[in-house]
Design a protein around this ligand. Sequence first.
Ligand SMILES: Cc1cc2nc3c(=O)[nH]c(=O)nc-3n(C[C@H](O)[C@H](O)[C@H](O)COP(=O)(O)OP(=O)(O)OC[C@H]3O[C@@H](n4cnc5c(N)ncnc54)[C@H](O)[C@@H]3O)c2cc1C
Length: 433
Amino acid sequence: MAIREDVLVVGGGIAGATAALAAAETGAQVRLLSHKKSTLRQASGLIDVLGAVGDNGTEVEPSGLVADPFEAVERLPNSHPYRVVGAAGIRDGLRVFDEAVGDAYAGTHTDRNALVLTHGGTVKPTARYPESVAPGLASAAEKTLLVGFAGLTDFDAPVAASHLDAAGVPFEVDGATVPFPVEFRDDALTTRLAKALDTDESGARRGLTDAVADHLDGHERVGFPAMLGDDDRREVRAELEDRLGAAVFEIPTGPPSLLGLRLEDLLFDALDEAGVRLSSGNPAVGYEAADGRIESVLVDRRGREVPYAADEFVLATGGLVGKGIDSDRESVSEPVFDCHVPHPEDRYDWSEPAAFGAHEFARFGVVPDGDLRPTDGSGDADFENLRAAGGVLGGADTAREKSAAGVSIATGAYAGRRAGESVTGREAEEATR
Ligand SMILES: Cc1cc2nc3c(=O)[nH]c(=O)nc-3n(C[C@H](O)[C@H](O)[C@H](O)COP(=O)(O)OP(=O)(O)OC[C@H]3O[C@@H](n4cnc5c(N)ncnc54)[C@H](O)[C@@H]3O)c2cc1C
């Protein structure tokens, strides 16, 4: 039997997951199609909505940190995806996200950005953060101890502490490196350490607190790289707090990121609960269309192209990292629907000499109309029933603006809702005829 849904979302990252959840809220039958695991597994697990905007909106300077992202949206250029969905769209994206993750995340009490400590020893403005990160916010003036492990080179606690101190954080901060109480290979991943704490392997929890106790000198809170358990993380953290007599928090790490993995699990549990059908492991490679509408997406299943039909489609395949946008030496393209991706002819104009400069390539992506539908070179929607969300959209330099997950959930919620409403609205009309 042919596969057919009301809404087909292509891409299983945070944008696709949010789109599918928002579409399901409208009562539509939704399928999420994903090729590989999303970039969430590498991501910090933080939901940055907007952390930096330059005064004229186009030049984003890292020094121009934003306290209230909703107020700062007005200063973004008109080509930015946030200008399509507006502050109301960002709020709706956050609502969908908050309902999906429940009390696993904090930050819902305010519109203002929180300042979270990073593993490099900086502070970062973000809108939502895992509850295990919350006790470590830079705004709390509490004497802080950062703890790293000898074999975990990604996080050097004494260096991170001295960077924070030099940056003038409003609290005393020290760093200590201790041996992890269970012996692993030198390059053991945070996921392996978390498992050892989950199962309390060889008395890992007591061993860890004994090692840290030697460095506790009136410190009111203790920060570890995010590895404090996985399935039993609340129990692990509560036990460490009890033994140390201090608040314990996690600091987001680089890949593989336990906080990113946990977020991916939370989102897929929510999709399951919402009744979204999942198909993973095979890429969308093309489409069939008639009269300006997509009829089906073609999925490569072991060399055979299988059509996945739907009434409405959401493209959420990510940017250059997720392979939603492809580039070779000559050009930049969107590989599934061949949507227009504007870019300078000369490849030397794609980037700036400075590594952290305002690179042109950072804004590469499809150009949406006022309803998030990808447009052709002359500004007309490519297809009536295709919307785009997340990293595949152009116009935002999400790394410099600190807005990546925010853009994904805001545009995902908007695209998913509009897609769902188009179908359920039409069905309601038909029912009343
Ligand atoms: C290292 C790293 C750190 C990050 N840190 C932060 C942070 O601190 N704060 C923050 O807010 N954001 C952060 N992000 C960004 C964030 O996690 C997302 O990457 C971003 O929001 C884009 O999400 P997305 O859903 O659009 O794309 P992706 O996460 O790239 O997901 C795209 C999905 O589409 C699928 N796909 C692609 N092509 C096809 C196809 N042809 N057929 C079927 N499926 C396809 C992919 O397999 C994948 O599942 C970070 C990202 C990375 C990589």
